[in-house]
Ligand binder design. Structure first.
Ligand SMILES: [Zn+2]
Ligand SMILES: [Zn+2]
Length: 158
């Protein structure tokens, strides 16, 4: 089989063209991926375009720089985290504690079983529990025990 230079050159040329197409596709894919990835991490359109531009100009080194510098959380992730933190805070706030001994109490307890501190008042009219700082019963509207004088003042203001 004789050595055919023209067919070898043809295959070399095809190889170079394929490699060029692959690199161009890779470059486009990296740039697009960066733009989409940044869009999920930042609402700032300038930051999105800048990130894509860095990768478009610097190619693979730019892509590596982007991976190092990009925001660590996506918008969805940080939203989820803030929801979790809020729920945790609410749990702490809702945890009832005895003012006398700082031990955990329950919402329907009238007196702390540990130190006998009064936690709630009882309505004379309907027997419902009333918070110590409330002036009237939340169930029936009767003036709370020990606050009879205060209701008169409220009525005068109205
Ligand atoms: Zn107590
Ligand atoms: Zn009542």
């Amino acid at each position: 089989m004789p050595f055919d230079l023209s067919s070898v050159l043809f295959y070399v040329r095809v190889g170079i063209a394929l490699l060029g197409a692959f690199i161009a596709a890779l470059w486009l894919a990296l740039t697009l991926w960066t733009f989409r990835d940044m869009r999920s991490r930042s609402r700032d359109p300038l930051a999105q375009v800048m990130a894509a531009l860095v990768v478009a100009v610097l190619n693979i080194p730019g892509f590596i720089i982007y991976l190092i510098l990009r925001p660590s959380q996506t918008i969805a992730q940080s939203y989820e985290q803030s929801l979790e933190e809020e729920a945790l805070l609410q749990q702490i706030e809702e945890r009832l504690v005895c003012p006398g001994c700082s031990r955990a109490t329950k919402a329907d307890w009238r007196i702390c079983p540990h130190c006998q501190t009064a936690l709630k008042k009882v309505c004379k009219q309907c027997g419902a529990l009333i918070e110590l700082n409330w002036n009237v019963c939340a169930s029936c509207g009767t003036t709370a025990p020990g606050k009879e004088g205060k209701l008169g003042e409220v009525e005068e203001e109205e």
